[in-house]
Design a protein around this ligand. Structure first.
Ligand code: TXA
Ligand code: MG
Length: 330
């Protein structure tokens, strides 16, 4: 049985938070809203509980988890080395949608890091997440609360769609604000690298880290080394085809392909971004899930016009969802 607790998003009820925190401390699986997407939380230092989480999600064990903490001060026991830049990044971007990959301490279970010598950490900003972490008083490992390979959940209903009966509790704090997962910044190697673009953009990071770069290996180049960044990660059920290139050419080609598909009796979903990329990001995964529940056979999508800022994150997720089905129009 999965218990659903509905909370007031900006002033979460203390008694409900306390029961969710107790559930976490006892090794339970608790889904909760963050500012990006819903996470599925588990006590990070409880290895058997972490194994149950992997089983509930159907997630391969070689895909490491992000550890969520209440504040910068809680990093101490988790990391072996904390480069000085962490304080500046934390002061500027935490709480918020930035995940840092750092050398890990021996205390972090291998189950969490997939055996890597690094650990990913973040301080989420959503009031429900903050209240839960403060009340639990322990680090909480939390992947997105979806079944493996489904789009990340941005509403409690999405979590239940995938995980009802497989987890202990869902904290319903309404729809999430950002809509795409946190920026993952790797500080463990030679130079700072963004492994996953998100709402803390490359441009924002450059103010503190002038040499930060986006990891170069584009999805088109084949499977990536970090298992969590597999192409299939963000797939909706219906195949998604992505159109790139000059806007006029893209629109013409999409129209032709949509008409052909409809003429052949296929149900088609069309995703055409407008100029408000924040609104697009917030709705992206819900739209992909709606297409699936509407029984759409095929999805046609176009990239946002800009390539900077949050557009980079949206383009990244659409490319992954397309899993190589990209039509370049000239
Ligand atoms: O916004 C988010 O980050 C959400 C919310 C719930 O916080 N969480 C999330 O978790 O997206 P998940 O598990 O769906 O994605 C975690 C990503 C994966 O791409 C994983 O490979 C990467 O972080 N990651 C985790 N630990 C890592 C490590 N030690 N080194 C490199 N990448 C790591
Ligand atoms: Mg995920």
């Amino acid at each position: 049985m999965t218990t659903v607790l509905r909370l007031t998003p900006d002033r979460p009820e203390r008694d409900l938070i306390a029961s969710a925190a107790a559930c976490l401390r006892q090794g339970g699986l608790v889904a909760f809203p963050t500012e990006t997407v819903y996470g599925l939380g588990v006590a990070a230092m409880d290895a058997p509980a972490v194994r149950r989480l992997f089983a509930a999600k159907g997630r391969p064990a070689d895909d490491p988890l992000i550890v969520h903490v209440a504040d910068r001060g809680a990093l101490g026991p988790l990391v072996a080395v904390c480069p000085p830049i962490v304080d500046a990044l934390a002061a500027r971007f935490w709480p918020g949608p930035l995940t840092l990959v750092l050398r890990r301490s021996a205390l972090v279970p291998d189950e969490v890091t997939a055996g890597l010598d690094t650990v990913a950490v973040r301080v989420p900003a959503h009031p429900v997440a903050r209240a839960l972490l403060a009340a639990a008083g322990i680090p909480v490992a939390a992947p997105s609360a979806n079944l493996f390979s489904r789009p990340s959940p941005t509403q409690a209903a999405h979590v239940l769609e995938d995980l009802d009966g497989r987890i202990d509790m869902v904290l319903d704090g309404g729809p999430t604000q950002v809509g795409v997962e946190s920026t993952v910044l790797d500080l463990s190697g030679d130079g700072p690298q963004v492994l996953r673009p998100g709402a803390i953009t490359l441009e924002m990071l450059r103010e503190l880290l002038p040499h930060v770069r986006l990891r170069g290996d584009a999805p088109a180049d084949g499977p990536q080394r970090s298992p969590g960044l597999l192409l299939r990660h963000y797939s909706p059920r219906a195949p998604l085809t992505l159109y790139e290139g000059a806007p006029e050419a893209v629109i013409a080609r999409m129209r032709t392909d949509v008409e052909t598909a409809r003429a052949e009796g296929r149900r088609v979903g069309v995703l055409v971004p407008d100029d408000d990329v924040a609104a697009l990001a917030a709705r992206l995964y819900a739209t992909l899930r709606e297409f699936d529940s509407a029984g759409v056979d095929e999805i046609f999508a176009r990239l946002p016009p800009a390539t900077d800022g949050l557009s980079a994150a949206v383009a990244d997720r659409l490319r992954r969802a397309a899993a190589g089905r990209v039509v370049r129009c000239v």
